[in-house]
Design a protein around this ligand. Structure first.
Ligand code: ADP
Length: 515
């Protein structure tokens, strides 16, 4: 390995101290009730009897053991989902009735949001304050949004050419496999299941092995809401085993996945090699945030901080390539360093903490490796760059300046709290450089000039473009990737189309002697 290049001034030592309760991390915040597979409306042990442990990212200690799904369990869940789809009431009931049940489900999530928030923070290390204001309300609202669509799924009438008439039916696509990531376990769960349930599909859902607890809790609430047995099955398990069994299953009609591009490719392969099931993939990103000279610098600093450091950088749309125009570059660098120092790091259960641990050792090591790459490739470490505390996966908010387009920290998704600042002169230049990535999930531009904003918005190849804001995801705004960031869109009416098949029905208008 090459030795680190000399990078000019050494990074300033971080000012952060882990904020904890007096005697360390808050212990056992809640009793875990649901740890078994949820198949056909019941919690059951896995066929193999296997279990796996889920860990607390703050302490690296085991929270609990959870039943592990393998291929046999996937087969049982698919059987239940198939029976519920082919013969059960869910796809056949009036849409308004499905909508009513989904709204009841949303009410139950709301009633249990305190327990769910505690579980989400414990299993994933996410700051509780944020889980309460973002993850829970967002999960509930996406469920309500699609509950409202359940009785508004219509086809078209077709005039055809005079001899025939026709119409289209929008039918539920069938049994769906849905594979959920660990960075937003609840939001991603509801983003996947809500539209599919509204359409009348039945589901086999695999939460991430790192964060299975809230999905199981919600499975329990689905029974109380009145979702019939077999409609929603939840199978914790490992990607390469349970996940692969889902993506290559011959009796699953559709697969939807959110996670890394690498795994997205495997999912597509599984679909291609089995029954050519339809796929929706929401994958990685390396999103540019472009800051023009004319924009308010303090606001720019705030937006860039949120864009990179929210959820400890474990966000697929994180705006980690921050392009700053030459006229404000020096000032921006000074201010963002001061702003980063104010981020409160510590036990995510403690009020006021904004930045908790990374999810696990693998991610923690990967992020530290990329920080090394940044130094080796010749970027200057402005602040951060170290782990924090003896236990748990805490990493300082880290900022590199003098980053160039071809460096690994500028090209590869780090999925951690690492910002790269790049300097540019002209709009033409930054459009070209902003697009120099295999990804195309999100992009942002900060400017007071509407013409510049419009030009950049139309020129960057990304599924979501933010002007003078960042990271905003709304239920009715389609979300997904260009290039290797994915296939298909979620949210809004597009989210429904993922779970519908269109059928044309054609009849003659007149008696015909030959047809
Ligand atoms: P990361 O973002 O850490 O790379 P992954 O993309 O590996 O996360 O995981 C996201 C989800 O995909 C998890 O639920 C995981 O279990 C699942 N998964 C991982 N590997 C596979 C695979 N080969 N087939 C299907 N699902 C997988």
């Amino acid at each position: 390995m090459a030795s680190p290049k000399s990078n000019g001034p050494e990074a300033e030592a971080g000012p952060w101290k882990l904020v904890m309760e007096n005697d360390g991390p808050i212990k056992s915040p809640i009793k875990v009730k649901y740890t078994k597979l949820f198949i056909n409306g019941e919690f059951v042990d896995s066929v193999s009897g296997k279990t796996f442990e889920t860990f607390d990212p703050r302490t690296e200690e085991v929270i609990t053991s959870v039943s592990e799904a393998t291929k046999e369990d996937v087969d049982l869940a698919v059987k239940a989902a198939r029976a519920a789809f082919d013969h059960g009431p869910w796809p056949r009931m009036p849409g308004s009735e499905r909508g009513r049940i989904l709204n009841k489900f949303a009410d139950l999530i709301q009633q249990h949001s305190e327990e769910l928030a505690l579980l989400e923070t414990w299993d994933g290390g996410k700051p509780l304050d944020l889980v309460k204001v973002i993850d829970l309300p967002k999960s509930i609202s996406v469920l309500q949004y699609y509950a409202g669509y359940a009785d508004k799924i219509h086809g078209m009438t077709l005039k055809m050419n005079g001899a025939y008439q026709g119409y289209t039916l929008q039918e539920p696509i069938g049994v769906c496999g849905q594979i959920i990531p660990w960075n937003f376990p609840l939001i991603m769960l509801f983003t996947k299941i809500a539209p599919a349930l509204a359409c009348g599909c039945t589901l086999v859902v695999k939460p991430a092995e790192l964060t299975p607890l809230t999905a199981l809790y919600c499975a329990h609430l689905s029974v109380e809401a009145g979702i019939p047995p077999g409609v929603l099955n939840v199978l914790p398990g490992f990607g390469a085993i349970a996940g692969a069994a889902i993506s290559s299953h011959m009796d699953i009609d559709k697969i939807a996945f959110t996670g890394s591009t690498q795994v997205g490719r495997l999912i597509m392969e599984g679909a291609a090699k089995s029954n050519l099931k339809d796929v929706t993939l929401e994958l990685g990103g390396k999103s540019p945030l472009i800051i023009m000279d004319d924009f308010d610098i303090d606001k720019a600093v705030e937006i860039a901080t949120v864009a990179t450091f929210t959820n400890m950088g474990q966000v697929c749309i994180a705006g980690t390539r921050v392009f700053v125009q030459g006229g404000i570059y020096d000032k921006f660098v000074k201010k963002i360093r001061e702003r980063a120092k104010k981020i409160v790091i510590g036990d995510p259960f403690k009020g006021g903490v904004q930045h908790g641990p990374q999810i696990n050792k693998i991610q923690f090591d990967k992020i530290l490796k990329y920080i090394q790459y940044g130094k080796i490739d010749g970027a200057n470490l402005l602040i951060g760059g170290h782990s924090l505390g003896g236990k748990g996966f805490y990493i300082e908010p880290t900022i590199f300046i003098g980053v160039e387009d071809n460096m690994r920290i500028s090209q590869e998704e780090i999925f951690g709290p690492v910002m790269s600042i790049l300097k540019f002169k002209t709009i033409e230049e930054v459009i070209e450089r902003g697009n120099k990535t295999i990804y195309g999930l999100g992009a942002g531009v900060l400017t007071k000039n509407i013409n510049v904003a419009n030009r950049v918005a139309r020129s960057l190849r990304a599924g979501t473009m933010w002007i003078n804001t960042y990271l905003i995801i709304e239920n009715d705004a389609p979300f997904g990737g260009y290039k290797m960031s994915g296939i298909g869109r979620e949210y809004g009416p597009y989210g429904l189309q993922n779970y519908l098949q269109v059928k044309s029905v054609i009849t003659p208008l007149h008696e015909s002697p030959w047809l």
